[in-house]
Ligand binder design. Structure first.
Ligand SMILES: NC(=O)c1ccc[n+]([C@@H]2O[C@H](COP(=O)([O-])OP(=O)(O)OC[C@H]3O[C@@H](n4cnc5c(N)ncnc54)[C@H](OP(=O)(O)O)[C@@H]3O)[C@@H](O)[C@H]2O)c1
Length: 241
């Protein structure tokens, strides 16, 4: 197993949900952190709770932010080993009802910013021939349902990117893993009317918890150096799929 203690990780989308659970799980393993998200107050509270973490607040669609995150890791902790490319949002709805501005923002965050962060950290990882990029994809990275075509498209895009990058890096010691959660109880659904919540629509009585996803990510990160897990899907037991 890879010993995570002493390694350094960046987590995007650390102010909430899966990213916050990832930050706590990595911290519990002794990983030193750089955490980002727009809500500086939440980042500061999380940093105060954790062992060795630095907050860099910002909008992940800002083209300079990925580079600043790498610099912050090197400046604060002297190295960078892990990058959790997790920030994202959901725009959802029928052809008539989907909010097109929210959809466009989703594409910028889930695709453009996710790609930019991936390439930025991979340049660093490739140069040092070491590092693990973990993208938060989704079951929607491989499966589509009515009303989530746009969101699923953003996650399919992450899957295609990771596939190509893994092939480029196959002769190196750099690893890329995508975690593909099913329904997780987080704020990503906070903007939806209760009767449109996918948990209610699909009759899922017990969604995943963010900590369940964090545990799956730790499993991928802790594999011995010669083992790479490209994708790990987990879903609520009662989610029909
Ligand atoms: N919940 C699920 O059922 C589920 C299932 C599969 C995959 N996922 C994926 O999991 C990831 C995390 O989502 P979550 O469920 O944990 O949702 P969440 O609780 O709403 O967290 C989303 C995170 O993304 C950050 N974020 C969003 N837009 C941003 C922006 N423009 N700039 C910087 N940060 C931004 C938010 O930070 P700020 O608002 O502070 O900026 C927040 O920390 C997403 O990629 C999502 O697609 C979720």
């Amino acid at each position: 197993m890879v010993e995570l203690a002493g390694q350094v990780a960046i987590v995007t989308g650390a102010t909430s949900g899966i990213g916050m659970a990832l930050a706590r799980a990595l911290d519990a393993r002794g990983v030193r952190l750089v955490l980002t998200g727009r809500r500086a107050d939440r980042l500061d509270a999380l940093v105060a709770e954790l062992g060795a973490a630095r907050a860099v607040a910002g909008d992940i669609t800002d083209p300079v932010l990925p580079g600043r995150l790498v610099e912050a890791a090197l400046e604060a902790h002297g190295r960078l080993d892990i990058a959790c490319n997790n920030a994202g949002l959901l725009a959802f709805g029928t052809i008539e009802e989907i909010d097109l501005e929210r959809m466009a923002t989703m594409v910028r965050v889930n695709v453009e910013a996710t790609y930019r962060f991936a390439y930025t950290v991979l340049r660093h990882f490739k140069a040092q021939n070491h590092g693990h990029l973990v993208n938060t994809s989704s079951v929607a990275g491989t499966k589509v349902r009515p009303t989530i075509g746009a969101y699923a498209g953003t996650k399919h895009a992450i899957e295609a990117l990771a596939h190509g990058l893994r092939m480029e890096l196959a002769t190196t010691d750099v690893r890329i893993s995508n975690v593909q959660p099913g329904l997780v109880a987080t704020d990503i659904f906070a903007h939806m009317p209760a009767d449109e919540h996918p948990g209610r629509q699909q009759g899922i009585d017990q969604p995943l918890r963010p900590e369940d996803v964090a545990r799956a990510v730790l499993f991928m990160l802790e594999q011995p150096a010669h083992v790479s897990i490209p994708t790990l899907m987990l879903k609520p037991t009662h989610q029909p799929m």
